[in-house]
Ligand binder design. Structure first.
Ligand code: MGD
Ligand code: MGD
Ligand code: MO
Length: 747
């Protein structure tokens, strides 16, 4: 019998057992398989959360009302009826308002499998019928994505692909200064799937070789092993970095040769840092001045890597932290040398720094979107609130179109967006909301037409990630639940209603597309000097590894060695330490921060959850085991707890003017006493209790602030948020988000 495998963003797994006893096992070759996979099958078999049949919101079906309230009633209908309703809504929108009135940004982490990737199928379909308003950039790192090309000349993918590799860090780096830490928690994940998790072993290797680490973070747990812990107020890292730069200049440790050869704007930065003394930063960051001077000394006297975690730029003025991190490495003249310099996102996901080659594996073409209107991804509420209004983005001004229909396939805005109560109000404006998902997410509950998609565990697919050494032929590990259909089939059937089925499918089944893609993979392999097995052989093997995939990189190596021959694609050809596009690097106090907080306000961190991917598998055994009394844990310092009479395990109400959420207290001294941390992804479950809107499940996005990091990137600022806490008195409200909505089934 052939070997059977499957893959997700959290890893690739072997499928063991038969029938109902099938289970997932980490790959033998994966040094640290992610445990998230072990709760995957049970989450998808949970019939209390699966969307079994096409379902229409009752109020929309009967009167086209827009009361998308989360506890709405639904009616199951036959597939043809649901598809007719969806096609009709799309047609009416296009005929009456034009294609820009369809918002189908559909941001989100759908499957790792390529053929059944929900957004890719959706775009191929919508592009055939005139396109839609789309979204640009990611929730992960929009601030950096927009800034970095201006100052380094490298786009998102080249920059990530060229990041200095772990073996070189392990060999050459003496001091790792990790802003936001480097955590195997987040390194479980890689967009498009991964067959190997190497961050923990590489950190161990580096430590064995004598690399010291400084973890600069509100949470000690952001670095697992021995590290010096410096814990500035959240949102103040740029101030700390400016003081370090001040010290490098003041003590004659700035590499002026490097600055002159390889940077533009160093003089302005030096002038700006003249009064940014350690004493100045100590007051802003709330850390001792001596810690800053000592750190500056350590950095200047050791071969140093400055690592900035992605989370730091999901903050007001988040661009500045990334920019200043790069500037610090430039001032030290460490850029372009092996194992040192600047790193962005080590540990934030699995592949950053992994020494593997990249291969441009093909995918199904999506066509071209003729609609020019777009939003920066985190401006969804602004789009709905403000049709015809303007916004700035990357140096230009644009206009929001008027949205009449939302199509979301493969994402969950009621997971990922900030200030969810504000989104809920704006979400009532469009005429129609269509969602494809396999699970009754908070977004599906707020849709009019809900189309049940199969889950990745229910289908064959290909995991081909351009920067992963392994290729996986995915086999099903369970039978489809209910009448779920592949997104591919859903969009083919919608295309048919526009006379475009043939154009959508090219006469191919999903299996045909897999064979077509594999042909392309064979050609890519050949041009890289190796052969892949035939498609038939690959299906039997289930998993192949590219030969000789190891490679080493040093970011900016050629440029630093010879900037005239290898200039950067920036205005000066050099690293820009100043730029017309954005004033900086600069310290500007964020919209909310502890430096201007009321005495009982705390800073809310909402990091990525250890036991799931965002809100995915929230109903599964792994995620449930990570909760306390069914609520998301709220990590807090014992001093913060005792000030409010809170004991370990108590229910805690976390609130601010935007909303409130109910969490369970976990006391730890591994967090600043004026910060709390609530992981994202407990499915949004708002109840109105005593006039207050409270997510009783502990979703932090009812509290977070929805505004752009700056007018440049408009990236989300989830980490810029102040709250207060109190002990919850009274009965624990029921959680509704993990059971079925009210659904009427035809008799
Ligand atoms: N407060 C706060 N908020 C944050 C963050 C934070 O740090 N703090 N982080 C942000 C970041 S970095 C990100 S990337 C976002 C993530 O936000 P999302 O990517 O929107 O979150 P997911 O829960 O992964 O949503 C993916 C959805 O796709 C569905 N899906 C999976 N496979 C399929 C399929 O084959 N077909 C279909 N149709 N659907 C499928 C899943 O069931 C799930 O509902 O959250 C952001 N939000
Ligand atoms: N298990 C798991 N792993 C994941 C994901 C998941 O859902 N689950 N999601 C994946 C995705 S989509 C992404 S984008 C990455 C994100 O990867 P990261 O952005 O690196 O991860 P986060 O957990 O959001 O943030 C890292 C840490 O930053 C710290 N931090 C927050 N604010 C500040 C600050 O102002 N200063 C300093 N110095 N530190 C601060 C917090 O303590 C937090 O724990 O994670 C990926 N990995
Ligand atoms: Mo992300």
């Amino acid at each position: 019998m052939s070997n059977r495998y499957t893959a997700a963003h959290w890893g690739a797994y072997q499928i063991t057992g038969k029938g109902d006893n099938r289970a997932l096992k980490g790959l033998k070759t994966d040094p640290v398989p992610s445990a998230i996979g072990y709760g995957w099958i049970d989450a998808l078999k949970d019939t209390n959360m699966r969307i079994a049949r096409p379902t229409i919101r009752k109020g929309w079906l009967t009167s086209r009302d827009r009361n998308r309230s989360g506890d709405a009633e639904f009616v199951e209908v036959p597939w043809d009826e649901a598809l007719d309703l969806a096609a009709e809504a799309l047609k009416t929108t296009i005929d009456t308002h034009g294609n820009s009135a369809i918002f189908a940004g559909s941001y989100g982490w759908a499957s790792a499998g390529r053929v059944h990737h929900a957004q890719s199928n959706m775009r191929r379909f919508l592009n055939l019928i005139g396109g839609n308003t789309a979204s640009l950039n990611t929730y992960s790192h929009a601030a950096a994505e927009v800034l970095l090309p201006h100052i380094t000349g490298l786009g998102k993918y080249p920059l990530q692909d060229q990041m200095t590799t772990w073996p070189d860090i392990a060999e050459h780096c003496q001091l790792m200064v990790a802003f936001g830490g480097i955590s195997p928690r987040t390194a479980q994940i890689e967009s498009s799937g991964t067959t190997t998790h190497e961050v923990r072993p590489w950190l161990q290797r580096a430590a064995q070789n004598g690399m010291k680490t400084v973890n600069i973070s509100p949470q000690r747990t952001d670095f697992e092993t021995d590290a010096q812990w410096i814990t500035p107020r959240p949102g103040t890292d740029t101030a700390l970095m400016l003081a370090l730069a001040h010290e490098f200049f003041r003590t004659g440790r700035a590499d002026r040769t490097f600055l002159a050869r390889c940077t533009h704007g160093a003089d302005q930065l030096e002038t700006y840092t003249a009064d940014k003394t350690p004493a100045w930063a100590a007051a802003i960051c709330d850390i001792p001045e001596a810690v800053i001077t000592k750190l500056a000394q350590d950095m200047a006297t050791n071969r140093t890597m400055i690592s900035v975690a992605w989370g730091l730029q999901r903050a007001h003025h988040g661009e500045q932290t990334v920019w200043m991190g790069l500037a610090l490495a430039a001032i030290l003249g460490e850029i372009g040398k092996p194992g040192t310099g600047f790193g962005f996102g080590y540990g934030s996901t699995a592949p950053v720094g992994r020494p593997s080659k990249t291969y441009p594996w093909p995918s199904i073409p999506q066509g071209i979107n003729p609609v020019k209107s777009f939003i920066p991804v985190a401006r969804i509420t602004d789009l709905l609130e403000n049709p015809g209004g303007t916004f700035t983005y990357d140096g230009k001004t644009h206009t929001y179109p008027d949205t009449k229909l939302i199509y979301w396939a493969g994402g969950n805005p009621y997971h990922h967006h900030q200030d969810l109560a504000r989104l809920e109000t704006a979400w009532q404006k469009p005429d129609t909301v269509i969602v494809n998902d396999h699970t009754w997410t908070a977004t599906a509950r707020r849709a009019d037409i809900v189309l049940p998609a199969t889950a990745p565990l229910e289908r064959h697919d290909l995991m081909l990630n351009r920067r992963d050494p392994g290729l996986v032929y995915m086999s099903p590990a369970m039978d489809p639940v209910g009448d779920a259909r592949h997104d591919y089939d859903i969009f083919a059937s919608l295309a048919e209603r526009f006379g475009q089925r043939q154009a959508f499918t090219n006469g191919k089944t999903p299996e045909d597309w897999m064979a077509w893609i594999w042909q392309g993979c064979e050609a890519v392999a050949k041009s890289n000097g190796f052969d892949l097995p035939s498609f038939e052989a690959f299906k039997e093997m289930g998993y192949v590894e590219c030969p000789d995939y190891e490679t080493h990189n040093t970011l900016f190596k050629d440029f630093a060695a010879d900037p005239d021959t290898y200039p950067l694609a920036t205005p000066s050809g050099k690293l820009q330490l100043s730029h017309d596009i954005l004033e900086g690097p600069r310290w500007t106090p964020p919209a909310e921060w502890l430096g201007e907080a009321a005495p009982d306000q705390l800073h809310l961190l909402s990091p990525q959850p250890p036991a799931r991917l965002h809100a995915q598998l929230d109903n599964g055994s792994r995620s449930r085991a990570s909760k306390l009394n069914g609520r998301e844990p709220c990590y807090m310092h014992p001093d913060a707890a005792s000030a409010k009479g809170i004991n370990a395990g108590d229910l805690v109400l976390v609130e601010n003017a935007r909303g409130a959420c109910l969490t369970a207290a976990v006391l730890t001294d591994a967090i600043r006493a004026d910060c709390i941390a609530i992981a994202t992804g407990s499915s949004y479950d708002p109840h109105v209790i005593n006039g207050k809107r409270i997510c009783v499940h502990g979703n932090p996005n009812i509290l977070t602030l929805d505004m752009g990091a700056s007018g440049l990137s408009q990236g989300n600022i989830a980490h810029t948020c102040l709250v207060t806490i109190s002990k919850w008195i009274g009965p624990a409200p029921n959680i509704r988000a993990l059971s079925l909505p009210k659904i009427t089934r035809p008799s």
